[in-house]
Design a protein around this ligand. Structure first.
Ligand SMILES: Nc1ncnc2c1ncn2[C@@H]1O[C@H](COP(=O)(O)OP(=O)(O)O)[C@@H](O)[C@H]1O
Ligand SMILES: [Mg+2]
Length: 251
């Protein structure tokens, strides 16, 4: 019997163009049209991910490991729907709670409390559902004293607390956690890991990115090792971690 698929990537690639000038805005583009056209012609393609295929089954915890720049965050961003694949297909089943790179999805000018509402609604809850969970979210984050201050006054550790707390209180079917936890202090990180273990035993699907192979080994059902945008190994955690560490030693 085949298990239910929560996430499926088939032949997914992601190509970025380096030096794309549209980042400077339309006005800049128009004002400098000849040089901008030249720059667009000369922009270099860069393949952040090449032909990635894997499934994540419902209730499974898959971790992504690999060096900086390997393509882990790009993979998560595509699963979250924030980034579009340049080729291949990607399907997901269920409500996704993404905890992506620091502050993604948050607004710096709004307060912590307002950001909870913003995120909850963005992730598909009604305002009422978010209001019902707000007290719990604030309590878990331990940010009671700062919750009505604008996010721009928060430290990166505080933003992670809020982000994690929001993500885990929205009843996700799929929880995505990028490396951000590394920013928090050890005690809060431990609390987050406990919560992730609870999710795991409840059957929530998880995709977890971390450099901490000890934690990865403990929490994952399978591990995927990415290198330079390619999937080198996926499967048994010990084996994938060993492959990764072998490459690190060889480097
Ligand atoms: N918006 C972008 N434009 C161009 N290159 C990018 C962009 N985002 C990421 N990259 C490049 O794609 C590669 C993979 O990045 P990323 O997925 O963030 O890696 P990881 O999370 O494994 O460190 C890196 O070489 C990075 O520089
Ligand atoms: Mg990353």
């Amino acid at each position: 019997m085949s298990r239910e698929v929560a996430i499926r990537l088939q032949g997914v690639s992601k190509r970025y163009y380096l030096g794309t000038p549209v980042g400077d805005g339309l006005k800049h583009l128009l004002l400098h049209l000849p040089s901008q056209i030249k720059a667009i012609r000369q922009r270099k393609p860069f393949d952040a991910l090449v032909d990635i295929s894997f499934d994540v089954h419902r209730g499974e915890c898959l971790s992504l490991i690999g060096r900086n720049g390997a393509g882990k965050s790009t993979t998560l961003g595509m699963i979250a729907g924030v980034l579009k694949p340049s080729a291949g297909t990607l399907e997901t089943h269920g409500r996704i709670s993404p905890l992506l790179e620091l502050g993604a999805g948050f607004n710096q000018q709004l307060t912590g409390r307002e950001n909870i509402m913003l995120n909850g609604v963005m992730l598909g809850l009604t305002r009422r559902e978010v209001r019902e969970r707000t007290a719990e979210i604030i309590a878990f984050s331990e940010l009671e004293d700062f919750i009505d201050a604008p996010l721009r006054t928060y430290s990166s550790g505080m933003i992670v607390r809020l982000g994690f707390s929001v993500a885990v209180h929205l009843d996700p079917d799929i929880l995505l956690v990028d490396e951000v936890l590394a920013v928090g202090d050890a005690r809060f990180r431990q609390k987050c890991l406990e919560r992730m273990k609870q999710f795991r035993s409840r059957g929530t699907t998880m995709v977890f990115v971390s450099h901490d192979v000890g934690t990865v080994a403990k929490i994952s059902d399978r591990v995927a090792f990415l290198e330079s945008g390619r999937l080198v190994e996926i499967g048994d955690p010990a084996k994938a971690i060993e492959a990764y560490q072998g490459r690190l030693r060889a480097a």
